[in-house]
Ligand binder design. Structure first.
Ligand code: PLP
Length: 376
């Protein structure tokens, strides 16, 4: 049995979601767009899922669009910004699903700017106020960072966006299902979420788009998703996601209290019992994801440390799962010291973690950090 500490990369499918999906792979396999009554039932089921998800985020059902996951939702949002062909601002620590389409925009002559963050990973809201221009069309700042767990001041940023009449997108892929999300209170125009980050199936997600903010279709074809995102719907995926969303939100409080307690405990011990270690992200636990920890160990090679942890049955990650090698742009943006940056690991827990497992992880980590240091 391994100890899985990589829930920010993906989470196991919850049994209730698997159960809810099953029949839609077999008995109820119909294409929701067909004319017969079986298909009508599937269409109704999809609309029921849309309403359920909308209710969880305080949106209207017609403001929720199903996608293939976080990457597509982010690409759609950025595509809307680039379509408007103006100045776009996004935080320097966005996921690559936001940064890569922006870089592509830049290559094609578009203008975007990255908003710096402080050493805890909070975006510089004064920079936004200073740099926002007459032709700024979009702001994109993630709700919570996937590598270091910092929760951004979304309502403050939304306020600036509203003041300047700029479209505001937030990537809530790490946040939805883990911390309360209310699109009305957050005052965002677009919000991305991904099912496999909250114990739903992979390959499905959604994008919230506020009514009347003029967002155009993203994928063209048969006209599904109210003409905004064509393609035959991932019916079992949508159903599994809705079930996982409902249960994640229902269990959120209990789970986050449990995870936060363990993260505080582990962080305290790691910081006091291991030499030359830094915690990444804010140490204000009210302002970080309750299940995410990131540490940088001086003079340690993170890849070697991860192998050593794996040999002891512990699955952790270096930075983000999709960093694809190289130094993390997030760690660079928070100005991680050069002696520490290569020794960064992320541990993202869930409610299967308990104090005994935490103690085991810490004892292995302490030993393996010194093994990794002796090997360098
Ligand atoms: N945005 C953030 C913040 C993420 O953490 C991830 C996945 O790691 C994504 C977007 C991409 O989501 P998906 O894996 O559903 O494409």
């Amino acid at each position: 049995m391994s100890i899985y500490l990589d829930n920010a990369a993906t989470t196991p499918l919850m049994p209730e979601a698997a159960q809810a999906m099953r029949q839609y792979y077999s008995a109820d396999f119909y294409n929701p767009s067909a004319a017969y009554s079986q298909s009508q039932k599937i269409r109704d089921k999809i609309e029921e899922c849309r309403s359920e998800i909308a209710e969880l985020i305080s949106a209207e059902p017609e403001e929720v669009f199903f996608t293939s996951g976080g990457t597509e939702s982010d690409n759609w949002a950025i595509n809307e910004g680039t379509r408007r062909r103006g100045h776009i601002m996004a935080s320097a620590i966005e996921h690559k699903a936001v940064l890569s389409p922006l870089k592509e925009y830049g290559r094609k002559g578009g203008y975007f700017e990255l908003i710096p963050v402080d050493e805890d990973g909070f975006v510089d809201t004064d920079f936004i106020k200073r740099k926002i221009r007459y032709n700024t069309v979009m702001l994109s700042v993630m709700t919570a960072n996937n590598e270091i767990g910092t929760i951004e001041p979304i309502e403050t940023i939304a306020h600036i966006a509203r003041e300047y009449d700029v479209l505001f997108h937030t990537d809530a892929v790490q946040a939805f299902g883990h911390i309360p999300i209310n699109v009305k209170e957050m005052a965002v125009d677009m919000m991305s979420a991904s099912s496999h980050k909250f114990n739903g199936p992979k390959g499905v997600g959604f994008l919230y788009i506020r009514k009347d903010c003029g967002v155009k279709p993203f994928i063209f074809g048969g006209g599904q998703e109210n003409g905004m995102r064509s393609g035959t719907e991932n019916v079992p995926g949508i159903i599994g996601m809705a079930e996982a969303a409902k249960l994640s939100c229902k269990r959120m409080k209990e789970k986050s209290i449990h995870c936060r307690k363990l993260c505080e405990y582990m962080t305290g011990r790691i910081m006091s019992e291991i030499d030359d270690v830094r915690m990444n992200g804010t140490d204000d636990f009210d302002k970080r994801l309750p299940n995410n920890m990131s540490f940088s160990f001086k003079n340690v090679d993170a890849q070697s440390l991860l192998v050593l942890l794996d040999m002891h049955g512990i699955n952790a990650a270096a930075g983000s799962a999709c960093a694809g090698g190289g130094v993390s742009h997030v760690l660079k943006a928070i100005k991680t010291h050069k002696d520490y940056i290569g020794g960064t690991i992320r541990m993202s827990i869930d409610n299967r973690m308990n104090i005994q497992t935490a103690d085991y992880v810490i004892s292995v980590l302490k030993r393996m950090v010194s093994v990794a240091r002796n090997n360098t």
